[in-house]
Write a protein that binds this ligand. Structure first.
Ligand SMILES: Nc1nc2c(ncn2[C@@H]2O[C@H](COP(=O)(O)OP(=O)(O)OP(=O)(O)O)[C@@H](O)[C@H]2O)c(=O)[nH]1
Ligand SMILES: [Mg+2]
Length: 351
């Protein structure tokens, strides 16, 4: 699918490499001229340039700008470098294109003043272009949403969806803890009736957290389980229902239909897409399919602690146009942090 782009990038990388090589001064032996004995001692021999490190990270583009002033050719070079770096950081192609377009606009219009720090300029422009994708105008205030429902005597319902193994069940438990710390009463719906041990896994978390779980047997109608949980929460005056669902590939028609049914039946206040920060280009296709199927209201990106490069966050936000709510940063209940775009920017700009 990305064959064309890969070939294009290969050519670009080759071009940039050749250009970089021609910029390195040839290592001609220094001719030592005989000097008169009265002359000052010889200067230290020229240092041998260190071997080139592999090209990696957006940081190197910033370094490149610091070396010279911006000319039109420089902008093109920076933009190419940016494209390669973004793709290396798992940013999907359409998202990378958007960021590049924005960075190019900003860089082309800029003339470096004598006092302007080129490093700062490049840093600001690149960060701003990426931030524009990461931050959406659609804000979600979870606590406000829950409080508004409570005022109407209804529980807020959150349905968690996503691909197998990306972290839904763990995130449901972490989010429950986050809400309990804020004084809310909640119940789980074990609507992963598909996978063996799907129900038990949620029950273990519920036991540890001291929460109730509404469940049926394995293979039962997942939408019915979710519906029962909402009815239970209403009857008991609970504030929140967290619905754990089965993991599914976006290509699995039956399971995607099952998810649609859950959402149709319980009409959640928010359907949360749980993504894996280690997902590369696939993130865009996955988020897009789930968004089309059920309308994603916000996302949680797990496994940020596992050397994630941040690209999935950009893809998911770009596709859904909805905010990332939290980042999963480990396997304990407290490893859930409210989303801060700087965490992703820092991952992308890491050396
Ligand atoms: N390091 C790390 N591991 C995580 C994080 N979130 C989840 N995991 C781990 O990822 C694995 C899968 O997590 P689950 O919560 O079972 O994922 P799921 O999406 O419910 O999986 P299915 O129900 O099979 O679709 C588990 O081993 C979790 O401990 C995270 O933020 N960081
Ligand atoms: Mg699960």
């Amino acid at each position: 699918m990305f064959e064309k782009l890969k070939q294009k990038l290969k050519r670009v990388v080759e071009r940039v490499r050749q250009k970089a090589e021609t910029e390195v001064p040839p290592e001609t032996p220094t001719e030592v001229q005989p000097k008169a004995p009265t002359e000052a001692p010889l200067e230290a021999p020229p240092t041998i340039p260190a071997p080139k490190k592999p090209r990696r990270g957006i940081r190197r583009i910033v370094k490149r700008v610091t070396r010279r002033e911006l000319a039109p050719g420089d902008v093109d070079d920076i933009v190419w470098d940016l494209q390669v770096s973004l793709l290396e950081s798992d940013v999907a192609v359409p998202v990378a294109d958007k960021i590049i377009e924005r960075a190019k606009e900003q860089l082309s219009g800029r003339k470096l003043g004598l006092t302007e720090d080129p490093k700062k300029l490049a840093d600001e422009v690149l960060r701003q272009a990426i931030r524009e994708v990461l931050v959406t105008d659609k804000k979600v205030d979870l606590l406000k949403l829950i409080d508004a429902k409570r005022a109407k005597g209804e529980p807020a319902v959150f349905v968690f969806v996503g691909i197998n193994g990306h972290g839904k069940t763990t995130t449901v438990a972490k989010f429950a803890k986050w809400l309990m710390n804020r004084g809310y009463k909640l119940v789980f719906a074990a609507a992963d009736t598909f996978r063996a041990a799907g129900i038990e896994q949620l029950e273990i978390h519920a036991q540890r957290l001291g929460l109730g779980v509404i469940k049926q047997r394995r293979g039962a109608d997942a939408a019915a389980v979710a519906y029962d949980a909402v009815a239970h929460a209403k009857a008991r005056g609970l504030d929140v229902v967290l619905v754990d669902t089965a993991g599914r590939m976006q290509t699995d028609i039956d399971l995607m239909d099952e998810m649609r049914k859950i959402v149709r039946v319980v009409k959640p206040d928010l359907t949360i897409f749980v993504g894996d920060a280690l997902t590369g280009n696939d993130a865009i296709e996955q988020a897009s399919a789930f968004d089309k199927a059920v309308g994603i209201g916000g996302s949680i990106l797990c496994k940020m602690d596992a050397d994630a490069r941040g690209g999935a966050a950009l893809s998911i936000t770009y596709v859904t146009g909805k905010p990332i709510l939290f980042l999963g940063t480990g396997q304990t209940y407290d490893d859930l942090v409210e989303f801060d775009p700087d965490t992703i920017l820092n991952a992308l700009f890491a050396d």
